[in-house]
Ligand binder design. Structure first.
Ligand code: GTP
Ligand code: MN
Ligand code: MN
Ligand code: MN
Ligand code: MN
Ligand code: MN
Length: 198
């Protein structure tokens, strides 16, 4: 585990902090952009109410619910469908960067769950039709483009947006760890994303 990252149990021992759980839902796909660029995987993120990109999930109450129950509850609110997330889907926990003036710390728990493509489609449909948070906390679900076009479109531009907390590194680390993007492609995308801020 990378430095600053805690196991689920270690993180739960920090009883004086608030806790939040977020998840990266993804699937494989055979579809191709313009009939020639393989999409390869569908990775879901969301445009949040604050204009930042992040993963679905939210604050949980460890005194009243397990982390995974809390995350499933948040997913029902934000995605409109029950996506059961289990302990085995936990990737890492870490403290949120502390904000000046805020006394209570926030522990962030990150999960990754692989689904069937049909399940992802169901989530996307429910997110605009039955999710109570649609148009409120969540402005919409977005798919992460994993390809890079000749003009550096795709992943480089996506990574140049603004992200909540450490959601950007959660995304980048997961793409690498799960082999969703090759290390060379990811390195190129990271480098050229830095040139894209206007
Ligand atoms: P409320 O119901 O309004 O409280 O929102 P919520 O429960 O859905 O909480 P939210 O998803 O905003 O997450 C709570 C906090 O966790 C945020 O204020 C951020 O600091 C942090 N956070 C939100 N999304 C992410 C994410 O994708 N990754 C990381 N690392 N942190 C996040
Ligand atoms: Mn077109
Ligand atoms: Mn949320
Ligand atoms: Mn929420
Ligand atoms: Mn909430
Ligand atoms: Mn809420």
């Amino acid at each position: 585990m990378a430095s600053g990252q805690l196991s689920r149990d270690e993180a739960l021992e920090c009883s004086h902090s608030r806790h939040a759980c977020h998840v990266m839902l993804y699937s494989d796909t055979a579809s191709q952009l313009f009939g020639r660029i393989p999409i390869r995987h569908v990775v879901l993120m969301q445009m949040r109410f604050d204009g930042l990109l992040g993963f679905p999930g939210g604050l949980v109450e460890p005194s009243e619910e397990t982390l995974e129950e809390g995350l499933t509850r948040e997913l029902l609110e934000e995605l409109g469908v029950a996506v059961p997330v289990s302990i085995e889907d936990h990737v890492a926990s870490s403290f949120a960067p502390s904000r000046p003036g805020s006394s209570s710390r926030l522990m962030l728990h990150f999960y990754v769950k692989k689904m069937e493509e049909e399940g992802i489609l169901e989530v996307e449909k429910a997110a605009v039709s039955t999710a109570v948070d649609h148009g409120l906390e969540v402005m919409g679900m977005v798919r992460v483009p994993l390809y890079t076009t000749k003009s550096d479109g795709g992943l480089p531009f996506f990574l140049s947006h603004s992200f909540i907390g450490n959601a950007r590194s959660q995304l980048v680390d997961s793409l690498l760890r799960l082999h969703l993007v090759s290390p060379q492609e990811l390195r190129h995308a990271l480098r050229s994303s830095q040139r894209k801020h206007s």
